[in-house]
Design a protein around this ligand. Sequence first.
Ligand code: DC
Length: 224
Amino acid sequence: MSLKRVITIDGPAGAGKSTVARRVASALGYLYVDTGAMYRAMTLKVLMHGVDPADRERVAQLARETDIALTTGPDGAPQVVLDGVDVTHRLREPGIDRAVSTVAAFPEVRERLLVVQRELARRGGVVLEGRDTGTHVAPDADLKLYLTASPAERARRRYRELVAAGHQVTLEQVERELRRRDEQDMTRSAAPLQRAPDAIEVDTTGRSIDAVVAEILRYCREDD
Ligand code: DC
């Protein structure tokens, strides 16, 4: 029985990718690479510098001066390090949600982060998670998954996450925000969110995380 060494998990916001990818990586003893967190860290830097997220020239300049790394913290949890500082706890703020798709659409930002992501993929023993990991970051991955869920369920999940983190939002606001972000991620010209033709689609609507993880682990252990 052969294990797949490079696994990619892509899909729209709220499809359950992060939780599932983290669990699959931990079950296999693989590194979990949250590529969305890298785009979020870049967006945090843009906002901290008071730069307009839509100002391509200034964002591109900042990207050139930015160092983003993924590491594992003392408790084994993944950490995102922005210019030497752990910023993991700041990446889910609504301000970042609003600006991240704009920043992530610039080819200069994508090229910069792609180098780090490909280097991590090259080592093998990784679960890459994001929007373009099966189509661009690791097109030769051993196993590609595309996670989906109904728009209503995706919004409910994201709403619960935000409320649990103490943010004051309504379900309608979250729904609107997700729709806008999906549209931006799917229609941009640089590496848009798309299902790779060779990806297995997994619909997580109404299913438990355990069930989805078990299904994916079966694919991971299948013989070629
Ligand atoms: O998965 P997430 O919500 O943390 O991702 C945040 C944003 O980052 C998402 O709206 C689009 C962008 N992103 C991307 O463009 N490419 C990726 N591989 C991952 C995320």
